[in-house]
Each structure stands twice: as structure tokens, then as C-alpha cells.
Design a binder for this molecule. Structure first.
Ligand code: ZN
Length: 265
């Protein structure tokens, strides 16, 4: 883990990249901020999390770090120990954690519950949607640390790296670490209600777009050509053929649309 800081004093704000080693966009955003070294109005902790996995360009070394929280100093796995270190490092910090995905190009935010801070910050970020994980938060960073996660775009893409930097700047502006105003937008909110399991197979396909409602009877995915059809309507979120080992992604319900009266109005 690499830890650096913008400004002086004890940070109550943190920006994290590289929870997953095959998602370089957030790491590039952290490094670029360090290079630019902007003057900040409150100190910001910058963290590159899983350096070992990043070196190997793999999602994780022993286990998925974002399912390993709170971790344990005596864990047998690299990520189990790292999770414990990260919780200690981020303790007391409102944290912004960047991911990228094989599922969806447009940035969106993920929170574990719709707390007031998330509702005020997320509509100020350049994201398409906000997703509440509710009961699917187990082992994720935000089960331990007050965190907004963002999906910055497609893994390894230049656009995701650019998005990551833009998202970070918006976040730091929204929490008054960087000067200026954010742009507010109306933000649809979704809540995960089910994981969509995928059986053992050699090839997988996904036929649907994230955040676009599926009707009963619609085929949404296939495993070795075996079509899976929706029993009831749902909104697909984080759906991809090969992004996760044992699920295609998640079924969500749409809750409402948040709007904000931003400082830019
Ligand atoms: Zn990730």
C-alpha cells in the first residue's frame, strides 16, 4: 500500500485507487493528483491499495480485497492483511474509492446505504446513477469505512482513466478540499435486490444494458448458449459475461431520482 497526502494536518478525506489490481484508472488519477500537487483547502489522504496485485495486473493475489473487509492482521492471505491495514489507514476518513468494470462505460456511484452525505455528494459527481448495495455490502470497504465507490468506466480504457480524474476532482470540490463549484444533476437511484448467479460453463453472454429495465420473459444472459429468461422485471446492474466468477451481476429496483441545488446554481 502506498500512502501520500495533499496539504498538511490530519486528513478527514481520502481518495483510494487500486483496490483491484487490474483496474489502473483510479491509480492513475491518484498519481496525477500527486504530480499536480494542487493546493487544497483541507488535507486529503491519497492511497494506492493493492500494489502487489497491480504489479501482477491481476484483480487480487489471494482473495478479492473488496470482499475481505474488515480483514485481520493475522490473516493467511495478502488481501486479508491488507484489508486490516487499509481500515486502520482510512479510519476517520470520508473515503472516495475508484473502480472500473467490464460491464459499463458510463461512470456511476455505489454506496452501502442512502445516508445524507451520499445523497448530497453523489448528485455533484459526473455519474449517471447511484446504486445502493444494501445487503450486498458484505466484505466491501464501505462496510467498515464511510465510503463512496465509483465505477469509472471500462477496465484499462483511457476514458476510464480520464473519468477517474474528473470524478476525483468533483468529489474533492464537493467536500470543499478543492476550490470552485460542482455541477448538480438529477440522479436516478437503484437498490440491489438480487445477485444473478451464473452456473459452471465455458462461455457466457450478456444481452442487456445496465440500468435499462428488463421485462418478464426477456432473455438477459446465456451460459454455454443456455438462455436465461427474466421471471419478473428488474434493472440489471454490473452485468457482464466474465467480470465476476460466479455471478453475471445484480438485479436492482429503481427507487427515485435525487436532485441537488448545487452551489453552481
Ligand atoms: Zn474494482
Amino acid at each position: 500500500m502506498k500512502v501520500a497526502q495533499l496539504g498538511s494536518g490530519t486528513p478527514e478525506i481520502a481518495v483510494v485507487g487500486g483496490i483491484h489490481g487490474d483496474e489502473p484508472s483510479g491509480v492513475r488519477a491518484v498519481e496525477q493528483l500527486l504530480d499536480e500537487n494542487p493546493s487544497v483547502e483541507r488535507p486529503v489522504k491519497l492511497v494506492v491499495a493493492n500494489e502487489k496485485a497491480l504489479e501482477r495486473q491481476v484483480r487480487y493475489v489471494d482473495e478479492d480485497l473488496n470482499r475481505a473487509f474488515p480483514g485481520d492482521p493475522n490473516a493467511k492471505t495478502h488481501e486479508g492483511q491488507l484489508a486490516d491495514d487499509l481500515v486502520e489507514e482510512l479510519s476517520g476518513c470520508f473515503t472516495f474509492s475508484m473502480h472500473s468494470t467490464q460491464s459499463h462505460a458510463e461512470p456511476f456511484a455505489i454506496v452501502n446505504e442512502l445516508h445524507e452525505r451520499a445523497k448530497s455528494i453523489c448528485p455533484q459527481l459526473p455519474v449517471q446513477a447511484m446504486v445502493e448495495t444494501s445487503e450486498f455490502a458484505e466484505g466491501r470497504l464501505f462496510s467498515e469505512i464511510d465510503t463512496i465507490e465509483v465505477e469509472c468506466g471500462l477496465q484499462g480504457s483511457e476514458t476510464a482513466a480520464q473519468n477517474a480524474l474528473r470524478l476525483t476532482r468533483s468529489f474533492l470540490t464537493a467536500v470543499d478540499a478543492l476550490p470552485g463549484d460542482t455541477v448538480g444533476r438529477d440522479l436516478p437511484v437503484y437498490r440491489l435486490v438480487d445477485a444473478i448467479p451464473k452456473g459452471e460453463a465455458d462461455s457466457y453472454e450478456v444481452f442487456v444494458d445496465n440500468f435499462t429495465e428488463i421485462e418478464p420473459g426477456d432473455p438477459f444472459a446465456a451460459a454455454d448458449g443456455d438462455m436465461q429468461v427474466a421471471n419478473e422485471s428488474f434493472y440489471p446492474v454490473l452485468m457482464s459475461s466474465y467480470g465476476y466468477r460466479d455471478v453475471f451481476g445484480y438485479a436492482a429496483e429503481k427507487l427515485d431520482v435525487l436532485s441537488t441545488s448545487s452551489a453552481a446554481d
